[in-house]
Design a binder for this molecule. Structure first.
Ligand SMILES: *[C@@H]1O[C@H](CO)[C@@H](O)[C@H](O)[C@H]1NC(C)=O
Ligand SMILES: *[C@@H]1O[C@H](CO)[C@@H](O)[C@H](O)[C@H]1NC(C)=O
Ligand SMILES: *[C@H]1O[C@@H](CO)[C@H](O)[C@@H](O)[C@@H]1NC(C)=O
Ligand SMILES: [Fe+2]
Length: 584
């Protein structure tokens, strides 16, 4: 359940109310000695996990389950002494993710995506060999209310219930904006993003709400965001120095409407005259997208509204996310390419019926489902190339629960089809695949990271998390949590490197930090950087920061160059980014 579902479930079920009358680490050899004021690197204890108690991907699932535990404390900005490589740039690594798994009255969060957001920030200073560490829960309206009342004040989209049982939940569709999915630093501000609502504006140093007291800090950016939500997956355009993002809204009468935004990277205000939008029939399950120089690209699956589950959800017997049915039986899915020129068009670019409007390119490709894309670019021949972590099918229903946390299932990964990383090359003139999809990794890849400055440009390497060990590619069902990192060579996949952690260790999404003095946009220097990752140890309830030097062949497989225990345990987290130059 490390996957992320994107749906505009708020709108979905508000409308549904109308629609239904009823209501590895061999003891790391660190090239750089680590001195911490907080703790030292412990000896890695011998494995206590019998092979019979490991999942098919080699994970200790009991340890994985304990990774979904509340972060025990907030640490104010605190200096750690860590010897850093001299070419490690100054800057701040921010990450967001669910941090709180029960209310004070004991009411549990039932799905990881319903947990209150928490930001962890690490500001690197390689001259002083210091890291400024801090972590804080995102002070959303719901979080503040929960803290004040001791209760779970609102339902979560994935099944978490308000305190008070059945009568406190039936017909409640006012969800908590948990602000838990991504975090971006813009100008002098930090924004916590959650796709079901507006961003929260935070102080980049203290991580407190920027507005207040009294105001919560959720913002539509002075009217910039015209929808009541804003996706958590903005994409960076390093050439035009802008962010492109989208919002999805579902209305049963119209379908799903996807609205596009292009914002300046410094001001976070529009750079273009329009906010193009497209409409598609049926509810959308759209969490992520990608851009190239000329296109915004979505994968739009055939979905329908599950009436049965929507009614159950209204009564509090199901999570709202279960109301979307993905049709796993269809043969094709639509890759939809929206020209970025529409942002500047003089035409009406609102509510474009993408299936019947020749301004939008639709390529049918074999059906698959993906939460996350790696990257996209236009190649020398004018093809659009993109990489995606996909599955053959997905069951949203099985991913939501209203009675116990999903991670407590006996076999939580049993029903999940394992991910593969696949490259698609599209001939956009012919509106079809120009070659067969190419499989790049079968080791259950997820969170495919690329260097920020290669976004929308041609890339060779991707850095996803992967399972502890590789599994047979032919297997239809039975996945596993993240237990390794990969450096995937998209041109020569046989050169892909993998570093596996211990069965009880679970890496989150990695970030790539380019080395000072290197230009990663030059093909021969593309991998000249460090890979940073938080590794959650669910056996000991500790979290380490682990750094790899991935430049050159064998860089990743040589193991970490820095590894130390953070001052606080961090549960499994979601998305983050490194912002060079952000110091305090
Ligand atoms: C496997 O896990 C179960 C349940 O936690 C435990 O009772 C059992 O002793 C474990 N088996 C081994 C060989 O460690
Ligand atoms: C990016 O900037 C270039 C140069 O200013 C401009 O020609 C191009 O249209 C811009 N691209 C987009 C998608 O805005
Ligand atoms: C643009 O105009 C609006 C009304 O202002 C209509 O509702 C849209 O359907 C129309 N969009 C297109 C693509 O013609
Ligand atoms: Fe995501």
């Amino acid at each position: 359940m490390k996957l992320l579902v994107a749906l505009s479930a708020l709108e979905l079920l508000l409308k549904a109310t109308d629609a239904f009358t009823v209501p590895h680490l061999d003891k790391t050899t660190c090239r750089h000695a680590v001195h911490l004021q907080v703790s030292t690197l412990d000896e890695v204890k011998p494995s206590s996990v019998a092979s019979e108690n490991l999942s098919r991907t080699g994970a200790d699932l009991d340890a994985w389950r304990r990774g979904y535990s509340t972060c025990p404390k907030e640490i104010p900005p605190t200096k750690l002494r860590v010897e850093l490589p001299k070419d490690f740039p100054s800057g701040t690594y921010y990450r967001n993710g669910g941090g709180r798994y029960e209310a004070d009255d004991g009411t549990k969060v039932l799905h990881p995506f319903d947990a209150d957001g928490m930001i962890v920030a690490m500001t690197f200073d390689s001259e002083e060999n210091e890291i400024l560490f801090r972590n804080k829960f995102v002070e959303t309206k719901g979080y503040v209310e929960d803290k004040a009342t001791g209760k779970m004040s609102a339902r979560g989209i994935f099944g978490t219930m308000r305190s008070g049982g059945f009568f406190a939940n039936a017909f409640r569709t006012d969800f908590k904006n948990v602000g838990n999915t991504n975090v971006v630093h813009v100008g002098d501000d930090l924004y916590a993003l959650w796709e079901g609502g507006l961003p929260y504006k935070l102080d980049p140093l203290t991580l407190k709400n920027k507005n207040g007291p009294g105001e919560m800090g959720d913002t539509n950016l002075d009217g910039t965001i015209k929808t009541d939500s804003f996706a958590a997956h903005l994409r960076y355009d390093p050439v035009n120095k802008s962010y492109v993002n989208f919002a999805v809204k579902f209305d049963p009468a119209v379908g799903s409407k996807i609205t596009l935004y292009e914002l300046d990277e410094q001001s976070f205000r529009p750079t273009k005259r329009n906010n193009p939008s497209i409409v598609s029939p049926g509810p959308g399950l759209i969490h992520d997208f990608i851009i190239t120089e000329n296109y915004c690209i979505f994968n739009i699956n055939e979905c329908s509204l599950s009436e049965k589950n929507a009614v159950k959800a209204l009564f509090g017997f199901a999570g709202f996310s279960s109301s979307i049915d993905i049709d796993n039986s269809v043969k094709e899915t639509s890759i939809v390419l929206i020209p970025r020129s529409l942002f500047d068009s003089n035409e009406n670019v609102s509510d474009i019926d993408f299936l019947n409007d020749d301004r939008v390119i639709v390529c049918k490709v074999p059906n698959h489902f993906n939460f996350h894309f790696g990257n996209a670019f236009e190649d020398e021949d004018g093809n659009v190339v993109f990489d995606t972590t996909q599955t053959s099918e997905i069951e949203i229903d099985s991913m939501s629960s209203t009675s116990f946390p999903v991670w407590e299932l006996d076999d939580p990964f049993g029903l999940v089809a394992p991910n593969v990383l696949v490259r698609y090359t599209l001939d956009i003139k012919e509106k079809k695949l120009s070659s067969d999809p190419k499989v790049l990794s079968t080791q259950v890849p997820e969170f495919p990271t690329i260097p920020r400055d290669l976004s929308a440009r041609k890339h060779r390497y991707l850095y996803p998390v992967a399972s502890h060990r590789n599994i047979e590619a032919s297997v239809k069902k039975g996945s596993g949590p993240a237990g390794a990192l990969q450096k995937v060579d998209c041109e020569f996949p046989e050169n892909t490197e993998t570093f596996a952690f211990e069965p009880w260790e679970f890496p989150g999404e990695a970030v790539f930090v380019p080395k000072l003095g290197k230009d990663i946009t030059q093909p021969e220097q593309e991998d000249a950087g460090y890979l940073l990752v938080h590794v959650t140890n669910g056996r000991d309830k500790t979290t380490d920061l682990v750094v790899f030097d991935v430049e050159g062949k064998g860089g990743l497989e040589n193991g970490p160059i820095i590894r130390f225990e953070l001052p606080v345990f961090l549960p499994h987290m979601l998305h983050g980014n490194f912002f060079p130059g952000v110091t305090f």
